[in-house]
Design a protein around this ligand. Structure first.
Ligand SMILES: [Zn+2]
Length: 261
């Protein structure tokens, strides 16, 4: 199976993505990427969305209904299923991903550098500062990709979410953070695609003008979803965030399992 690189750009709404992510739009125009928009689950918060994206469970079923619900996802995530299928997994990601998928609570001295094939995410570089630079995060991911050749790599950048909280979803800083992430994709995607990868680029939720994301608003709930690379033409685009885990499992060649979605 070709590797799957899953890029999660935290806090990027569909509308600013359509304006600022020129590199992704260029791939789409050239027929090298396919695009859909998804509506994120309620509440539109990061930790609940991580559990939904990687297990298929909506927040009301995962029990991860707020950002302080620091417990493991109750269903095996796609990382656990990949590990069980003998695949290599890796993530450069915010530490909540470690808590949702690997173990909780997060102990930075133990978990920041994770290398344990028994864990769902075997190779992890986890950060805990919301302002961790996206450039360094992409470098972390690039290191993991070259060193471990994972079948499944999560690249989880927080720059847009951080800028949105600080300056609001209409601010220049928020839009510039999205451009920066798109530029980093332009820098690193060619190497990952050349290795035969399938790529997903999406987000967990958007941002309102005041710099928060809690309300049932289109600018908060509508998020972008791109599919590129080896299997881009073969996989069906998901209809909801609850369908993303199943898409990932299909891309990885993991036998389907009934999910409560
Ligand atoms: Zn946020």
């Amino acid at each position: 199976m070709p590797p799957l690189v899953f890029v999660l750009l935290d806090g990027v709404a569909a509308q600013p993505a359509r304006r600022c992510m020129s590199h992704m739009l260029a791939l789409e125009a050239a027929g090298q990427a396919r695009y859909a928009e998804l509506e994120c689950e309620l509440p539109p918060l990061s930790r609940p969305a991580y559990a939904t994206l990687f297990s298929g469970l909506p927040p009301a079923q995962s029990g991860i209904l707020h950002n302080d619900a620091a417990h493991l996802c109750p269903l095996p995530t796609v990382f656990a299923r990949a590990r069980d299928a003998g695949l290599t997994t890796a993530a450069a990601a915010y530490f909540w991903i470690s808590e949702v998928c690997n173990s909780s609570p997060y102990d930075p001295a133990r978990h920041r550098l994770t290398h344990d094939p028994a864990l769902p995410i075997a190779h992890g570089l986890f950060y805990s500062h919301d302002a961790y630079p996206d450039q360094d995060l992409f470098h972390d991911a690039a290191c993991l990709f070259r060193r471990f050749r994972p079948h499944l790599l999560l690249v989880h950048a927080m720059g847009a979410d951080c800028a949105g909280h600080a300056h609001g979803g209409d601010s220049e800083a928020y839009h510039e953070a999205i451009r920066q992430a798109d530029g980093l994709l332009a820098r690193w995607m060619p190497e990952w695609l050349a290795a035969g990868s399938t790529l997903v680029v999406t987000s967990d939720h958007g941002m309102d003008a005041q710099g928060s994301h809690y309300d049932d608003l289109e600018r908060i709930r509508r998020v972008p979803f791109w599919l590129a690379g080896a299997q881009a033409q073969d996989l069906a685009l998901p209809q909801s965030q609850r369908a993303v885990a199943a898409l990932m499992e299909k891309a990885l060649g993991i036998a389907p399992e009934t999910r409560k979605s």
